[in-house]
Every structure is written in C-alpha cells, then in structure tokens.
Design a protein around this ligand. Structure first.
Ligand SMILES: Cc1cc2nc3c(=O)[nH]c(=O)nc-3n(C[C@H](O)[C@H](O)[C@H](O)COP(=O)(O)O)c2cc1C
Length: 185
C-alpha cells in the first residue's frame, strides 16, 4: 500500500479545499493518507512517506511564509543528517506532486508557476521525483477587484466543484500510474 501525505499551507481556505479533496480521493482508493496543515511547529519528515502532495496558497508568486519556513526548518535537519548532499540521490519509490491555489489577478498563471517550482526544488533536494505541478484557481477573498477584474476574469467561488473534480481525476491518474511501481525497493 502506498503511504501518502498531504501537507499544505492555506490562509483563506482555498488550498485546504484542494488538500482535503486529494486526501478524500486517496482514502477512497484504499490508501493510507495523512493530512497536515502546516503551522509554526510542523516538523513532518517527508521521507516517512512514499507519495507527498505539497501545496500552498500563492503569496507574491511564492508559497506562503508558513510553508517556506517549514521548508527552511526541514532543510536544516536534512543537511545535518546528510539527506541533502551534493548530487542529491534520486530515491526509488519516493514520489511527489506540488499544488497551489492562486488568483492570478495581474498576469494569470505565470504568478503561480514560481510557487510550485520553489516547492519542487525542495522536494527534489530531498530525493523525491516530482511527477506534476498543479495550479488551481482560487478566489482572492476580501479583495473583490482581484476576483472580478483580474486577468482570469470572475473567479468568485473558486475552487468550485468543477475544479475539485479535476483534482480528483488527477489524483486517480497518479495513483493508477503508481500501482505499477514496486514500493518495497
Ligand atoms: C497576501 C496575499 C498575497 C497574494 N499574492 C498572490 C500572487 O502573487 N499571485 C496570485 O496569483 N495570487 C495571490 N494571492 C491570492 C491567493 O493566492 C489565492 O486567493 C489563493 O487561492 C488563496 O489560498 P488560501 O485560501 O488557501 O489561502 C495572494 C493572496 C494574499 C492574501
């Protein structure tokens, strides 16, 4: 059985919706899933899991400070324990997906891409093979203009059921693909 982790940072609830859907569908498919919202004390060791979904809201084109501080804490541990070394090893059976929610008010999805690339770089340093990067549109709460007059038009209420159904399909696609892997390696 694949041991999965959904680890995320969310301020206004959009990324949390996506994270919860990822966990729900994984459980429905019979997987052992932990779901953790990052806070100041989070210290989860990613290497305890086979499949990691790492997600964040986009703030100024990057993940939230909460997520980036978690990454910086973990990097210290991983450097000290020689998990991260020059020529980082690619660890067999360790897979990851990065996801974010974003509003793209100024330039659209290009505002979100740096955030998933940032998370990807971290995961690859730890030895995960990053399979995909997902960018889901999310309403910019408390900033009406950014949700109605931005580059993506009217994004109120998103992520909506359609967005979440797409996430569900993507999770199922990944889980089906990983059935072909030998996690005992
Ligand atoms: C302080 C702040 C900065 C943000 N910066 C960006 C940004 O640079 N690009 C973008 O597309 N969305 C930006 N957003 C919008 C959020 O990424 C978007 O609404 C997201 O879905 C919020 O996720 P959450 O509800 O999980 O916190 C920002 C929101 C806040 C509150």
């Amino acid at each position: 059985m694949i041991k999965s982790l959904v680890l995320y940072s969310s301020v206004t609830g959009n990324t949390e919706k996506v994270a919860k859907r990822i966990a729900e569908v994984s459980r429905r498919k019979g997987h052992d899933v932990a779901i953790v919202k990052i806070d100041d004390e989070t210290n989860v060791d990613l290497l305890a899991y086979d499949l990691v979904f790492l997600g964040s809201a986009v703030h100024q084109w990057l993940p939230t400070n909460m997520l980036m501080n978690y990454v910086k804490r973990m990097l210290k541990t991983y450097f000290t324990s020689s998990v991260v070394v020059p020529c980082c090893p690619i660890r067999p059976g360790k897979y990851a997906v990065c996801f974010c929610t974003y509003s793209g008010p100024h330039t659209g999805v290009s505002e979100a891409i740096p955030a998933t690339k940032w998370m990807r770089a971290f995961l690859e340093h730890v030895g995960f093979t990053v399979l995909e990067e997902w960018h889901t549109v999310g309403e910019f709460k408390n900033r009406e203009e950014n949700s109605t007059k931005g580059r993506l038009g009217n994004i109120k209420g998103r992520p909506d059921e359609h967005d979440l159904a797409e996430i569900e399909d993507r999770v199922i696609g990944i889980l089906n693909a990983l059935k072909l892997c030998d996690f005992s390696l």
